[in-house]
Every structure is written in C-alpha cells, then in structure tokens.
Write a protein that binds this ligand. Sequence first.
Ligand code: PEP
Ligand code: MG
Length: 754
Amino acid sequence: MYGAHGGPRLLLRRLREVMAEPVSPQARLDKIVVHIAVNMVAEVCSVYVLRADGWLELYATEGLNREAVHLTMMRSGEGLVGRIAETAEPLALPNAQQHPSFSYRPETGEEIYSSFLGVPILRGGNTLGVLVVQNKARRNYSEEEVEVLQTTAMLLAEMIASGELQSLVLPGIDIALRRPLALKGTPIADGVGLGHVVLHEPRIIIKQLIAEDTMLEMERLDRAIGAMRESIDALIESRNMGPGEHRDVLETFRMFAHDRGWLRRLREAVSTGLTAEAAVERVQNDARAKLQRRTEPFMRERLHDLDDLANRLLHQLTGQSFVTAHEDLPDNAIIVARTMGPAALLEYDRSKVRGLVIEDGGAGSHVAIVARALGIAAAGDVANIIDFVEPGDALIVDGGSGDVHVRPPPDVQHAYAEKARMRARRQEQYLKLRDVPAVTRDGVPIDLHMNAGLLVDLEHVEETGAASIGLFRTELQFMLAPRFPRMSEQEALYRSALDSVQGKPITFRTLDIGSDKILPYMTQVDEENPALGWRAIRIGLDRPGLLRSQLRGLLRAGAGRELRIMFPMIAMLEEFETAKALVKRELDLLVRNNRQPPSDLKLGIMVEVPSLLWQLDEICQQVDFLSVGSNDLVQYLYAADRDNKRVSERFDPLSAPILRVLKFIAEKADAAGTPVTLCGEIGGRPLEAMALLALGFRGLSMSAAAIGPVKAMVLATHLGEVEAFVADLIARETGGHSLRDTLRKFGKARGIPV
Ligand code: PEP
Ligand code: MG
C-alpha cells in the first residue's frame, strides 16, 4: 500500500520545500507532521522532543488533540514513546494498546488509534526526540515504512540541532541536545581550563540531505566506497608489513570496508531518497545508537572502526578535509579530539589553548606527555565527548580530577572560575618566591630541582627558579619520534637543552624504555611482567650500540661544559661498571677524533631496584651521585604495580617501612659523602617532601608546577623539629599503616602549607 501518495522521495521533496519556507519554527513543524501523515497514509503523526530535564514533550501533532502540544509530556522510558527514546530503536506495533509499555494520555485523544510506529530522532547516536505515526486500523508497518520514517527523523534531528526549536521551549528549559553535561574522564594534566570547544577534527557538514537524483547518488556512493577501499589497500601496502598487530588491525578494518551488511544498509538509505553523504550519516547514526549501548570492549572497538570508515567515506564524498582550523583559534580554546598525536598539540598556539579533552587516550598517551610539558589542563578517556559538543560550546576541564563540564550551568561555572582564580593567585605568590632561596626556618638550604623531558619543559626553568634539571627523561624524545632518532638528532636536542638553561646543570637519564614506555617503531617483546622485564639499562647493556649512540650524542653536546649522566634501573654494581666502561670508550673516541670533551663529567645512578639497598656502600664509592627513583622503588618494595589502579593506592609511601628505607639511603649516601637527591613524584608533594627533609634529603627534583608549593613548605619548616618528630614516629611505629594524617596534623599545627 505504501507509495500510493508519492513514495518516500516525494515526501522528502515536500519536506525540503517546507524547510526552505520562511515560516516560524512551530508552523514548520506543524506542516512537516501533516506531510508525513498524508504521505504515509496515517491518521496521526507526532513529534516529541527530548528536553534537558529528561522529559519528552509533544512539539507538534497531526491527528491528536492540538491542545496537547507542549502540554503532554513523558519521562524517557515511560510509555511507548519513552521506550523508543531510551532504547534508540524503532518500534512498530499493530495493536499498541496491548503493549505492556502503553500508557494512556486522555488529553491526546489517542485511544482510538490501534497501530503505532515510532522511531528515535538521532544525532551522533544520541536521542533528541521521537517521531511517531499512528493508524486507526490495525496494520503491520512495512520495513520500508520504518526506513522512511527514520530518514525523515534525520531531517528533524538537523532542525533540532540547528537550535531552531529552542525558541519554542519555556524559558529556563533546554532541549536535550543543549543540556549541561557532567562527564568523567581520567586526569591527564593538572589545571583548570575554562573556555569554548574547538574540535580538533572539524565535523563534516552535510549541506544536502535529500537527493535530486537517486541513481546519481548511488553512483557517487559506489565510487566513494571504491576509492576508500583502494586507499586502505594502499595503506596496508605502503607499510609493507609483515604479520603482526598493526597489520591485523588494518586487515580488520579492510574487512569492515567490505562488510556486506554495512554496504547494503548504505544502499538502502540512498534508495529512500537521501544523498550519499546523508546515507552514510544515517547508517552510522544507527550503528552508534546500537553499539554505544554495548559495554564489551570488542564492540566499542568495532564502533571506532565503523566511525573511522564512515568518516573516510564522508571525506571522499564531500571533499572536506581533516585540516584543523589552527588559524582562527578563539582566545580561550578547549581542544576536543577523538584521538590526537603529540605533534598535533604542539601546532596550536599555546597562548590561546586553555584545555584539552580526549575521547580515546589517557594519561599514558603521548599527547598526555606533551600536555603536561606545556602545562595545559587535560582530561582523557572521556567517552563520546565528540558527540555531545558543538564548536563554540562552553566547556570546563579539570585536569586534576578528570571532570569535564559541557555547557556548565552558572553555579558550576562560577565555582570553577573561582578555582581557576585561586590557582592563578597561588601561582603568582609562587612566582614571587622564585628568587627567594629555599632555606628552612632554622637555616638549612634545600636544593629544589626540576624534572623535564622535552625542550618545551625547559621554558619553565626560569620562572620556577629551579637549581638545575635534576632529571631529564630522554626517552620522551624517543617516544614522540616516528622512528629511532639518529645520533645527530639526539646530539642536537641535548645541545639545545643545555643551551636553553643558561648554565644550570642537567642530569640526563639514559633511555628508560620498556614496561609502559613503548617505542612504536621498536619490535615488541611479549613479556608476562613487563615492569620486571627487559627495560631501561637492561636494554641498553644488551644493545650497546643503542646506548653508545646516545652516550656519544650526550658527550658531544656537553663539549666544554658540565655534563651529568644517570643510568636507570641499575640492579647491581656490575651494571654500572659496564655502563661506565661504555662511557669511557666513547670519551676516548671523542678525544681521538679531536673533539672537545665535557669540562666536567659526572656519572650517577637511579636507586629504584631494591637489590641496590644492600650494595650502597660499594656503589657510593663508584658513583658521583645517586638519585632515588621513588616511583619505581616504592612499586618494587610493595610489589604493587604503579600503573594498576587497583593496587597503586593500596599502600602509602608515607608509612614506616618506606620511610625507613629512604632514611637508610640518605644516611648511607651522607656517610660516604655521595650527593643524593630524590626525583620521584613524592618529592613534589609538600607533605611527602617535608618528611623527606626529615629523613635527610637535601635535594629534591620535581615537576615545574611543584616547585612553588614545595618551596613554600621549606620556608615554613623548622627542620630540627620535623627531624625529631619523624625519627621518633618511625622508630616507634610497629606496623605498616599510613602515617599521612599524623604528619599532616604535625605540619598544620605549625602553619606549614602541606
Ligand atoms: C622513578 O621511578 O621514580 C622515576 C623518577 O622515574 P620514572 O617515573 O620515569 O620511572
Ligand atoms: Mg623509574
């Protein structure tokens, strides 16, 4: 029977005309429902719009009582309409009133209608409303009719997304699309950013939904699919890959690109009268709505693949590029990206970027390293953020907690603006401390050093007043590079680093890769326990060519000046001796080649493997300095993976066992006259740092942002007092529980900012 009134294409043509008419939004909606009802030979056609407060409100109807418009409302999940909104699935019923979800609304006069067909109004997989047709006669709606109604719903989705319907709602109420949202991600880089959304990859704008010529659109679709498949094949060929994980991923991708079901759905969507690009969006909307509700990681991966394919198709069809608008960046941009490489973030004008939100990528991602180095507040793993925002939307990101507020209500906005102001004020105070020497109240000087890993980090040295770079994590350069950096590239980087800190020393740590620090271009070794596996100096000693090229780069860069080199993950003295011999070889070579050696070369090790604790006497005789890598040392002492949330916070480093170990190290080094610092995270936290001073540490290395707060602690601390307190505390303590509260109480009582 369908088609008697002109079929789907005629309907779409009519709707296109209505969309172009210069009438009020309500009049437009009223006309739309009439056209749909006539075309589908239904007595009723109604549009419900989902509001920000969770209610579905009747916005227009043909056939039901007009008085009910803007009065009839139901909760998402309530009644048939609510059920469609909740499940994001169409519902076709020959006898609606017998359905268990049917809920009768006397004001609508709908009791006389027997058959019911409803579809969700979707955008990016999110429900914006529900479109319904009803018939008096009992009838089964055909699949084609369901299709047509879904296509029509897309048009309504555009109308809702354009903001046109906003004028129809009561003041103070938003339609769902524009509602404030609080999303939770994972913390990437501390700080609070308030600003407006800039999409890293601009969304493709589909200008024409309805086809002029369906045959032509079918051809366009086929051509685009062909071109997309070729580009994927070329990608696989160009990488010239052997079997392995990357190849598997791309092969899966290729499989999806040939998936019959997907291609059939695309074709069907075009045959209902959509343009090829609108068909891609239609099919992708449905896929998102279905897959987003699945929780299995496999299904979510599949959604990413399909998203990626759909995007590629849209780019083919519209000719719009992926290019980001770096030029007209607003002054307070919050960059929102599905994924992002580290280099891409560096391309934005830092002075205008207030924050970064990433859908797919957490604290361990490479872009996270760069965000931290640049001091940009950032949150990661924020599910579906791309679908929830529009360019220009107000957005707040709290990089310390991972909270993201989209279109925040005024009270949230005020609270965060206040938080940001407080931070800025504190930052200003710390800046004032920059040239104040870090000396305790009883006159003991403390050296505060800075941790770094990228050249951009080093820009902060001046503003922090750090004594030196106490830890330069050289692996970051390797992690961000597309391939193994050549010796000359390493040399250039180390030279720039030394040049940029104006005579302050830099302690370069040799390549600390393995475990969670992966080099994408290096063959992966499968290990049961990577944290206990082949990493850091172990790789360096087994692949001496690699370590030697780094040492050569360092020695050359350090020509004529002080150079400090530190080896990570040393477990026994002999490893240091071997490494030292490699340095000696490179140094001899340098001299033989008539190159200038460093004026002063110091070699040290990180104390982060517990076996070293019982070799400290011998080690102190051999090294020029020690640096405690408390992040690793604590993870090994407690046998608790530092990156595994389930156990990483189970044990507190502020406990007697750990504090005793740290005291032991400080005392051994002191007795041998070997300089010792600590460069793990605890060195940058005022409370922990206060305890470290008490244990005997006089040098701490920390992130740039931590130097101000730690210096404020140092200035307020009477070292003699805290030494006595902590010594007594850990001597008396009989268990392993946290001493955090006791220490905090001590600090607070003495006005120490901990
Ligand atoms: C540490 O282990 O404490 C350390 C400073 O090194 P990383 O965090 O780079 O392992
Ligand atoms: Mg370490």
